[in-house]
Write a protein that binds this ligand. Structure first.
Ligand code: PLP
Length: 809
């Protein structure tokens, strides 16, 4: 071996030798005797062991960041880690020599569903960027035995299946028995007093053992390997019901075990009315308490009991309110276990903790009944109550509206613990996730806090891992880009700017179009294989892929498709640009409306795809089981990115960024990060439609919006589509759609589908009409990529590091 570098394999030959050895080590057989799943498993295990070696050899000095998130939607890791270690080409060639293409091995990898969607994926992108930037980033989350359900479609309906993601084992994780900690639930608080000094202990209740599973996070360049720590709940041995067991009452003995294990059994779906489930509160406390105990143990080993300096060496970031208990729990440990004074403990908590809000709608903010909370976490609750009491006691009375401000900002109110208020009060920094969203937080959702402590508030527009979502997901385009401007963009996404001059280079645009076509073919094949729907790759690929939610308005997209359908049939002169509409996404199990919209899309797909009068102009496909792996196939093939939430509802969105980066043109409302996309690409390279945030607010405030007016104003067109929901047109697959019609006409169209309909359809028609000029379209698409560097999560993390975590101060 010659030059020393960070590569884990020095050459193809070196890789092959190590891989063959690893087959014996990890599987006890030669490569030839293994099946594809085993071959994948060995390769992943080999890369994982390399990652662990790098981490053991080089832990950089500097502040430790702990990112607390109930969700990490990490996606498949192998391809990404090969890219980050700089050995993807070597391994690809080596696998070809072995007669087993790398792609075949990659397709064996599980896609762990440890998150719902955007929020969990953001946490995963942040882990990638922290490692790429050499920040000591630690993830702290939950190891759910079953991830988010697997979605299958039966008669157009979503059916949920268990996600047994650990079936074949997970080669990336390492169980750390020696790092397990005890977490206590329930019991009673007992006051002790001696010589005028008093203290409290929590007695009885259930003791749960939190066992960590560590997943290495490989940074780009392979220099930094960070750790994602996921907690699993097990009975603490001393509390396992041995008496019952010894007495032969195995059922009783096992019940305790399964009650405890239930804590890390499943990931809760969001948007589902599942709020208020006690198991969820247990999950939140388990990963908070276990994470904090670990942080303090690590800190004490390094710095001794200098707790007043904790915030200098440690940053704890809370992703939404799920880890809101970090504040009071940190105080509890410092005061009860470490003997720190109450006021100092609060100061330490505030200096150390920061909070990201992801919610615009006040009714969606997390709250727990005080009684539930106190019964489960009696001692931690006392800290909340005391902080709330002092907050009220010292609340400044110098403003006319002080009572209103207090009512808005107190933690305890109306019998409930308000988790957002808890998070803000215990944090030194509060951020929103796009410029528009932060503005709404300041002006509305958290306005009281903004009036009192404006200095806490800041914006951190979300970002995405451009390495995964362009580098890994779109190899044909990534290769073209690297051949054109070099591969520096992988470490510095701003270098994508260098593509701008090529937006006017005819041969580059042709190559871009070829890459796009390759991606469209790849997706069309996947869709044909999984759904049987054939998409013509000469059609425009128009995609809306994301969780199903009323505010995201997949229904508006369906209305557009039905409008096209009706017009093509009734007007032979109407010639829309042939388009394939691709949908994908899950709805929470109990979210009836969202599930009906999925059924509607599949019903429309069946009608449209089988009708020879229209199916050469429009096709509709619903790709089942949206997940990171399928997302990586869909984004690169997209030409139109549908981002059509009503303005003021989507906090940021991140698929809008991934799609832009892959050269899709956004058709969207002026919402979330679409606003910033618009500013970056310019109005010529995006299509914005619909009401603006203020217009939505004014319309709602006026009380003058009537869905029936919209219906009556255009019976033949818009009214007809509403009628088609219930007149049998779409009923063939599994019935009509009364509840969707009711949502529009009885509930007065809360999400303004009918209101934005015309503006939306016109925008779509204008946008697709411009597709005919291939050069102009491709120019616009390339400019979207060239100007997308801002949306790398590297940029976002740099901002967190500078402004919130104060790394390098
Ligand atoms: C990016 C991503 C999301 C977020 O999509 P939005 O359109 O921003 O809601 C959800 N799920 C997966 C798998 C993703 O990769």
């Amino acid at each position: 071996m010659t030059a020393k570098n960070n590569r884990i394999f020095q050459s193809k030959e070196d890789f092959l030798t190590q891989y063959r050895d690893a087959c014996e080590t990890f599987a006890g057989k030669g490569f030839e005797e293994l099946n594809d799943q085993e071959r994948y498993y060995v390769l992943a295990s080999l890369v994982a062991s390399k990652a662990k070696n790098v981490r053991a050899a080089a832990r950089p000095e500097g502040k430790e960041v702990y990112y607390f998130s109930l969700e990490f939607l990490i996606g498949p890791l192998l391809d990404n880690y090969l890219l980050n270690f700089g050995v993807r080409d070597i391994v690809e060639e080596g696998c070809n020599d072995l007669g087993t293409p790398l792609d075949r091995l990659l397709s064996q990898e599980v896609d762990p569903g440890l998150g719902n969607g955007g929020l969990g994926r953001l946490a995963a992108c942040f882990m990638d960027s922290m490692a790429a930037l050499g920040i000591n980033g630690n993830g702290n989350g939950m190891r759910y035995r079953y991830g988010l359900f697997k979605q299958v479609i039966k008669e157009g309906r979503q059916v949920e299946k268990m996600d047994n993601w650990l079936e074949h084992g997970f080669p990336w994780e390492t169980r750390k028995n020696e790092s397990a900690v005890i977490v206590q639930f329930g019991g009673n608080v007992v006051r002790h007093e001696e010589n005028g000094r008093y203290w409290f202990t929590q007695e009885g209740g259930d003791l749960v053992k939190a066992v960590p599973y560590d997943v290495p996070i490989v940074g780009y360049g392979g220099k930094t390997v960070n750790n994602l720590r996921l907690w699993s709940a097990e009975p603490a041995e001393e509390n396992f019901d041995l008496d019952a067991f010894n007495a032969g009452d195995y059922a009783k003995a096992m019940k305790f075990r399964s009650d405890v294990e239930a804590i890390s059994q499943i990931l809760y779906p969001n948007d589902s009315g599942e709020h208020g489930r006690i198991l969820r509160l247990k999950q939140e406390y388990l990963f908070v308490s276990a994470g904090l105990q670990t942080i303090l143990r690590t800190y004490e080993k390094k710095f001794g009991p200098k707790w007043e300096d904790l915030g200098k060496h440690v940053a704890i970031h809370t992703n939404d309110t799920h880890p809101a208990m970090c504040g009071p729990e940190l105080m509890r440990i410092l005061v009860d276990d470490k003997g720190v004074d109450f006021d100092l403990a609060f100061k330490i908590a505030q200096e150390t903790i920061s909070y990201t809000n992801h919610t615009v709608m006040p009714e969606a903010l997390e709250k727990w009944p005080i009684n539930t909370f106190r019964a489960l976490l009696p001692r931690t609750y006392m800290f909340i109550e005391e902080i709330d009491r002092r907050y009220r006691e010292s609340f400044p009375h110098d403003r006319d509206n002080w009572q209103d401000l207090l009512a808005q900002t107190a933690i305890l109110w109306d019998g409930q613990v308000r988790m957002a208020n808890l998070s803000v009060i215990f944090s030194h920094s509060v951020n929103g996730v796009s410029a528009l969203h932060t503005g709404i937080l300041e002006a509305e959702t958290l306005h009281g806090f903004y009036e009192l402590t404006p200095e806490k508030f800041n914006n951190k527009t979300n970002g995405i891992s451009h390495r995964r979502f362009l580098g890994n997901a779109n190899p044909s385009y990534a290769r073209l880009i690297s051949n054109t401007i070099g591969d520096g963009w992988l470490s510095d996404a701003n270098e994508l700017k260098k593509l701008e001059p090529y937006a006017d280079d005819a041969s580059f645009l042709e190559e871009f179009e070829k890459a796009k076509l390759e991606n469209k073919r790849r997706l069309a094949k996947y869709i044909a294989d999984t759904t049987g729907v054939e998409l013509d790759t000469s059609m425009v690929f128009d995609v809306q892929v994301k969780r199903f939610h009323a505010y995201k308005r997949q229904l508006l997209n369906v209305f557009k498709i039905l409008d096209l359908y009706n017009r093509i049939i009734s007007d032979s002169s109407f010639q829309p640009r042939p388009t394939a509409f691709v949908f994908s996404g899950k709805a929470a199990q109990s979210y009836t409306f969202a599930k009906e919209v999925i059924r509607l899309i599949n019903s429309v797909a069946e009608v449209v795809n089988s009708d020879a009068r229209v199916n050469d102009k429009i096709r509709v496909a619903f790709v089942p089981n949206f997940a990171v792996s399928s997302a990586q196939l869909i984004y690169p093939a997209a030409e139109i990115s549908e981002q059509i939430s009503w303005a003021g509802s989507e906090a940021s969105g991140t698929s809008n960024m991934k799609l832009m980066m892959n050269g899709a043109i956004t058709l969207g409302t002026y919402d979330g990060a679409n606003v910033e996309i618009c500013k970056l690409v310019g109005e010529d390279n995006i299509k914005i439609f619909g009401l603006r945030t203020e217009e939505v607010e004014n319309l709602r405030a006026s009380g003058k919006y009537w869905a029936w007016d919209a219906y009556n104003a255009d019976r033949p067109r818009l009214g007809r589509i509403v009628d088609e929901l219930t007149d049998g047109t779409l009923a063939h697959l599994s019935g009509n759609f009364e509840s969707i019609r009711d949502e529009l006409m009885v509930n007065n169209d809360h999400d303004l589908v009918l209101k934005d309909f015309y503006s939306y359809v016109s925008a779509w028609e204008e946008l697709t009409a411009s597709y005919a000029d291939r050069k102009a379209w491709n120019r616009s698409a390339v400019l979207n990529t060239a100007r997308s560097g801002y949306f790398s999560s590297d940029r976002t993390i740099r901002e967190y590091a500078n402004d919130i975590w104060h790394i390098g101060d």
